[in-house]
Write a protein that binds this ligand. Structure first.
Ligand SMILES: Cc1cc2nc3c(=O)[nH]c(=O)nc-3n(C[C@H](O)[C@H](O)[C@H](O)COP(=O)(O)OP(=O)(O)OC[C@H]3O[C@@H](n4cnc5c(N)ncnc54)[C@H](O)[C@@H]3O)c2cc1C
Length: 444
């Protein structure tokens, strides 16, 4: 039986392990440097947006339409086990400004309707937004006065979803080596030139395999030479613990909101069962270049537990929220974090045979929008492993792009590629202090 080693037990790695295990033709092993869900993996969070609104990127729209029934199935499986749902179909409110949809929303609406999902859409003008969602009254008055609700979307509890997939993999006989030196990849095992014959872990052990899949997310460019095709970028998220009116307004019936996302970058979630309200900004992010080769690697709270978010991001959040959800201005930011995207050079995933190392498959380049594909991205990685060509595998094959032509994913078309260097000379690139996260300094 061919043996496949997958390094990385996040969304891409587990999905791949599960897809391979369904064929019963492989011996499948997953290695991860930490227990699953790994505390600093991109996949581990309280919530992520579930949407098939993808502008003109209909590949992802279709992939998400294909993923949705699986998510509903996971909820059923969890209900049978007495566990909370992983997918919350609250709807996603896609807001635009000044009475006209932005291009991204226009294209999404057109493509969703052409795909036969028009019944999921409800369009709202400013008055209708206020009537239905009075919590956005100030936002409407500040120009966010046109929106559509995609009722088929919502959010997933991504950490729980990873746990669920981990369980499914275990039931299928996938084997795991987790945590510490034994679970951490040190290097590829290539005794004969560039032929990958397994991996070497930090404890010095060699693990032989017929194929190796690197599903190490934003750590990937720090692990193997990626010729600038992917880059680790830190993206800021914050959480409030609302009380009083705000708690009622953004309760679990509130939809996920996207505030003209392709232009402002801001999005947010209803308050979860633990009373946490998360808000994020999807933009070109921050870099943490390694000294010896300048490759950006994730800097996370696992190693730097006092890290918060850069001052520049804090200022952006407070400035935006003062007009969008002004009730947050008198609230402390209860938690903040940089979560790391594996940004590809053009915003598309990179799921491909590595051009230099045979038997090495890269399953990365999530570009900040991969979590929703937990149930089905693995089928496409399996296709690459088996050398089966599909529209997806062709789109995500190694692209050899020049850095000068770097692009962001469709939702960040409005953002310039302008990545700050963490803790660089610019004062704005230092981490905000705990005091600066409080309401007292909301107008920094
Ligand atoms: C702030 C933020 C917001 C996001 N919002 C959304 C959203 O709303 N909707 C959406 O669909 N997606 C969203 N995403 C993207 C989504 O989280 C990612 O696409 C997805 O989690 C990528 O999964 P992954 O498996 O590639 O990487 P990860 O989840 O990061 O997993 C990588 C794994 O590799 C392991 N690893 C790394 N190095 C080694 C090593 N040397 N040895 C062994 N193991 C190793 C890590 O421990 C980790 O478990 C968001 C991401 C971020 C950061």
């Amino acid at each position: 039986m061919p043996k496949v080693i997958i390094v990385g037990g996040g969304c891409f790695g587990l999905s791949t392990a599960y897809a391979l295990s369904l064929k019963s033709e492989y011996e499948v092993w997953v290695f991860d440097r930490q227990s699953i869900p790994s505390p600093d993996a991109a996949s581990t969070d309280i919530n992520k947006i579930m949407r098939f609104d993808y502008g003109d990127d209909i590949t992802y729209m279709h992939l998400m339409m294909e993923a949705l029934p699986y998510w509903h199935q996971y909820n059923k499986e969890r209900a049978e086990q007495g566990e909370s749902p992983v997918f919350h179909e609250t709807g996603v409110l896609m807001m635009s400004r000044h009475g006209e949809y932005s291009d991204f929303e226009k294209k999404s609406l057109r493509n969703i309707r052409q795909a036969g999902y028009g019944h999921c859409i409800e369009e709202l003008d400013g008055e209708a937004i206020i009537k239905r969602y009075p919590q956005f009254k100030t936002a409407v008055h500040h120009g966010f006065n046109i929106a559509y609700l995609n009722k088929a979307g919502g959010w997933c509890n991504s950490a729980e979803a990873v746990k669920h997939m981990h369980q499914k993999c275990l039931q299928q006989g996938v084997r795991f080596v987790i945590g510490g030196d034994q679970g951490t990849l040190s290097s590829l095992y290539c005794p004969n030139n560039n032929k990958t014959e397994g991996i070497v872990t930090m404890d010095g052990k060699i693990h032989k395999a017929d194929k190796v899949v690197l599903a190490t997310g934003s750590w990937t460019p720090g692990v193997v030479e990626m010729e600038n095709q992917i880059i680790a970028t830190g993206q800021a998220v914050i959480q409030f613990k609302p009380y009083g009116d705000l708690r009622d307004q953004f309760d679990q019936n509130c939809p996920v909101w996207c505030a003209d996302l392709s232009k402002t970058g801001f999005y947010g979630f209803p308050i979860n069962a633990d009373g946490k309200m998360k808000i994020g900004i999807h933009n070109s992010g921050y870099l943490w270049p390694r000294k010896h080769d300048n490759v950006s690697i994730p800097r996370t709270q696992v190693a730097f537990e006092c890290d918060t978010i850069p001052l520049s991001a804090l200022r952006e959040f407070r400035r935006f929220l003062a007009n969008f959800i002004p009730g947050t201005s008198c609230m402390d930011i209860a938690y903040s974090r940089l979560c790391w995207y594996c940004d590809s050079i053009d915003g598309d995933f990179l799921i491909s045979q590595h051009p230099k190392y045979s038997n090495l498959i890269i399953a990365a380049g999530d570009s900040g929008h991969g979590m929703k594909f937990l149930p089905n991205i693995g089928f496409q990685v399996r296709n690459v492993i088996e050398d089966i060509s599909t529209d997806y595998t062709r789109k995500w094959a190694w692209r050899n792009m020049d850095v000068a032509n770097t692009k962001l994913d469709g939702l960040r078309q409005g953002s310039a590629v302008n990545r700050g260097i963490l803790l660089g000379h610019d004062e704005n690139m230092r981490f905000a202090s705990p005091d600066e996260l409080t309401a007292a300094t909301a107008h920094l």
